[in-house]
Design a protein around this ligand. Structure first.
Ligand code: ADP
Length: 580
């Protein structure tokens, strides 16, 4: 801008100075020529007066006179007779000169006027000013006195003048340039500053202000600009505060939130929403139909109504979500501005609910069986069997066995719920596995002996430790050994070993019993899952033993593995990190 202003300023200035230069050159030329003409006229008139008194046409010539006065007057003098003949000439011999009656200035002088002519002289071969004055007081005039000067002088004056004018123009331009530069700088500096500051503000530096030391209109402009910047800064900071708060709230929410505009395009979505629906790319600005592949969900959004629904989704995986929508209305509540959707992933709650009701059904069933049996035999006894000694003893034994089963079942259920209610990881104690082995040996040896099973324990030296809870590790080992003894026929073999490998401790329970066919293995650890219900029941099983084992292993951050072959035996291996 500064350059533009300066250039336009200089162009106007140069044009003005040039016009002034040209006019002053023309004027000076006119003044000079007028002076020259006036001088020649007055000299001519003087000479005409003088010649009038002594004019004699018959005199040979006036060359000498012309030469003499030409020197005094510093101009060429020609005396022309009334017939046009040159009778006196200062620069040549008049005899050699042609008739001058047709010369413009001579013609005018013969008419009694002062003849003035500018032309090229063939005699002198240069541009000349001619002034001719009649000799005599009235027509017919006796002769004409013509004075002339070459115009070479004026040319040199003119070139001198031109040089001066050019110099003046250059000087004028220089001074004007400096003045213009200072003026333009004074004018553009605040404008440039304003431009720079407003660019900075546009780039997000809202704290920038213009210095206020301008006293003119620019000062007023700067003040209003600063006021505007101040308000802008406050508004932006308010907005970004609100935005940050909103973002923090949305980020910390455990529910997904998506807001749609009136055209059902996404205005906002929090990270949880991205995670629930498995969005990999930015969904802002996308239409609801573009991002969801679920008609129920799309219907809820496109209806723009307040709704609360449970919807099954298949992508990114099968899940159940609860969707609550609320329409966004304008201040009057008449116009729909969009919709906010809050999404809860209730898959786990649903699964838990299912599991719980299944568990309750199972527990009721499991409890019902021994209770029905106890009640049945008790009634049979009351109805008379009590008097039959052998029947009474048999029935009382059965009642006792069923009561024991009931007690075991309740104990297992309580134990399971106990483990479930504990924190996810139970790594409170450093448990000596060899010590647990010794205790399990004491407990299980009797049962093994009854079935003539060779139960052997292989401890680890030096003793291996794991992090967990002593009683739970013991329970884990009892359950696995008990199963091995239970599902191994008479005279079989069961080996319980503790093996240290790398950083891990493996507790392995191996038997050569009935084994388990492949299809059952993935479900073995489910509650109440049994391969052969009647066999398990006959052996006093509750169907919860392995579920308890699995819970304990998970609580110790370990893993359990089963290898089994029907008819050959099974091997249950629990692998846990060794405690150092
Ligand atoms: P249960 O009280 O019936 O033994 P568990 O949860 O301990 O229940 O075991 C689940 C089922 O796994 C058992 O019913 C049984 O069919 C099978 N099972 C467990 N351990 C063994 C084993 N060592 N050999 C063969 N089958 C086994």
């Amino acid at each position: 801008m500064r350059r533009k202003l300066l250039v336009s300023f200089l162009i106007v200035l140069s044009i003005c100075i040039s016009i002034i230069g040209v006019f002053s050159m023309r004027l000076s030329r006119q003044i000079y020529l007028k002076g020259l003409e006036d001088n020649l006229i007055s000299n001519g008139k003087l000479m005409a007066g003088m010649l009038n008194d002594r004019y004699d046409y018959n005199k040979d010539n006036y060359d000498d006179l012309a030469t003499e006065y030409s020197k005094i007057l510093n101009s060429r003098m020609t005396i022309i007779a009334s017939d046009g003949k040159v009778i006196g000439e200062s620069e040549n011999s008049s005899e050699n000169m042609e008739n001058h009656s047709e010369r413009l200035e001579v013609k005018e002088a013969m008419e009694g006027k002062v003849g003035i002519s500018y032309r090229h002289s063939t005699t002198e071969n240069m541009d000349m000013l001619y002034v001719a004055v009649p000799v005599g007081s009235a027509k017919p005039y006796k002769a004409v006195i013509r004075l002339s000067v070459p115009l070479t002088y004026i040319k040199s004056i003119q070139s001198h003048l031109l040089l001066n004018v050019l110099l003046a123009v250059a000087l004028g331009l220089m001074i004007s340039f400096i003045t213009a530069y200072l003026f333009v700088r004074r004018l553009t500096k605040p404008i440039n500053e304003m431009t720079y500051i407003s660019t900075s503000i546009a780039q997000g530096r809202y704290d920038r202000r213009i210095s206020m030391n301008y006293k003119d209109e620019l000062g007023v402009l700067a003040r209003s600009f600063n006021d505007m910047a101040e308000k802008l800064e406050r508004t932006i900071s308010d907005l970004s505060d609100k935005k940050n708060k909103l973002e923090a709230i949305l980020k910390s929410m455990l529910s997904g939130v998506i807001a749609f505009d009136a055209k059902s395009k996404v205005m906002l979505a929090n990270p949880e929403a991205y995670s629930i629906f498995g969005f990999k790319k930015d969904i802002l600005g996308k239409h609801a139909l573009e991002i969801f592949r679920n008609t129920k969900l799309e219907d809820v959004i496109l209806s723009h109504k307040d709704e609360d629904k449970e919807i099954d989704i298949d992508y990114p995986e099968k899940r159940v979500i609860r969707v609550k929508t609320a329409a966004i209305k304008d201040e009057e509540g008449s116009q729909n501005l969009g919709l906010v959707m809050v999404i809860h992933d209730i898959t786990e709650i649903k699964n838990l609910e299912d599991m719980r009701s299944e568990f309750v059904a199972n527990v009721s069933h499991e409890l019902k069986t021994p209770l029905t049996s106890i009640k049945g035999f008790a009634e049979t006894l009351r109805n008379g069997a009590i008097n039959d000694d052998s029947a009474r003893d048999k029935f009382l034994d059965i009642i006792n066995i069923e009561a024991d089963r009931l007690s075991r079942l309740i104990n297992d259920i309580l134990l399971l719920s106990d483990i479930e209610n504990k924190p996810k990881e139970i790594l409170s104690e450093k448990v000596d596995v060899n010590k647990v082995i010794d205790q399990v040996k004491d407990i299980m040896s009797g049962a093994a002996l009854l079935k003539n099973i060779k139960l052997e324990f292989h401890k680890c030296e030096p003793p291996a430790y794991v992090m967990g809870e002593h009683d739970l590790v013991k329970q884990l080992l009892i359950n696995l050994t008990d199963n091995a003894v239970k599902y191994t026929p008479e005279a079989g073999r069961v080996d319980v070993s503790v093996i240290r490998k790398d950083d891990n401790v493996s507790i392995e329970v191996r038997d050569n019993g009935i084994g388990i066919s492949k299809e059952h293995i993935p479900r073995l650890f489910e509650r109440f899952y049994r391969v052969d219900k009647s066999r398990s029941r006959a052996l006093g099983g509750t169907g919860l033993g392995l579920a308890i084992v699995k819970h304990i292993v998970v609580s110790m951050n370990g893993e359990i593995n089963v290898e089994s072959e029907p008819g050959k035996g099974s091997r249950f291996t629990v692998k846990v990190l060794e405690a150092k």
